[in-house]
Ligand binder design. Sequence first.
Ligand SMILES: Nc1ncnc2c1ncn2[C@@H]1O[C@H](COP(=O)(O)OP(=O)(O)OP(=O)(O)O)[C@@H](O)[C@H]1O
Ligand SMILES: [Mg+2]
Length: 245
Amino acid sequence: MSKIIAVTSGKGGTGKSSICANLGYALAKQGHRTLILELDIGLRCLDIMLGMKGNVTYDLGDVLNGTCDVYKATTVVKMASNLNFISAPSDPFAVINAQQIKSITDEIRKYYEYIIVDTSAGINENVFDITAQSDLILIVTTPDPICVRDAQMMSDEFYKRGNQKQRLIVNKVSKKLLVNGVIGNIDEIIDTVGVQLIGVIPDDSEVTLSAGKGVPLPSKSMGFLAFNAISRRIKGEDAPLAIKL
Ligand SMILES: Nc1ncnc2c1ncn2[C@@H]1O[C@H](COP(=O)(O)OP(=O)(O)OP(=O)(O)O)[C@@H](O)[C@H]1O
Ligand SMILES: [Mg+2]
């Protein structure tokens, strides 16, 4: 049975989709059959990030309206053959409910070790329904205090609903922000959000460059090392935070 990992954030643009793509790639390269399920309806981007733009024949919208089954809507990613993904519906008005997601994941989870779910930003019922079914929730924030506040509100809501399976990722971390910013250090962010840290990802322009080109991160880049470390921590290994700012 696969482990379902939902990637969420209160604020938009924190890096959820980038994290899904790079974490998916890291796990696949470590030999794990991995699926990325894109649930950011109407705002899909993983086809580009995974180098599959123009190669998605069927998407989640086709599954929902009965055009095809979930297997036909699954695309094999060229850069890692044991990495698959299901693209979000391109129709911005497509509606998907928690029960539909559950029946999709129930059907396919025996084929994967990890299913990574990319969600839309914001505190809304849809995200809570989706994440209720996951084994691990990754809350993503940047060091920006406004973003940290939103992450805190999101995690409070998860706790209120009895969900304890959260871990925190602090993304786009730069020396400039930490030293000159209003947030003093990573510990302060962890204390504010109230969730155990699983990874710190540096602000690395390679993340944007690789995503735009649809290629893997260079293996010596800081971003690559950070994603590798997070993937190992997800597996329960004792990996260092791999960040040298
Ligand atoms: N570690 C990083 N370093 C530098 N840029 C990053 C990093 N992570 C993400 N980005 C950039 O930040 C932007 C937003 O990233 P992304 O689309 O992954 O965020 P998102 O949380 O999925 O956004 P949305 O809420 O709109 O779905 C992109 O331009 C991406 O390349
Ligand atoms: Mg996104």
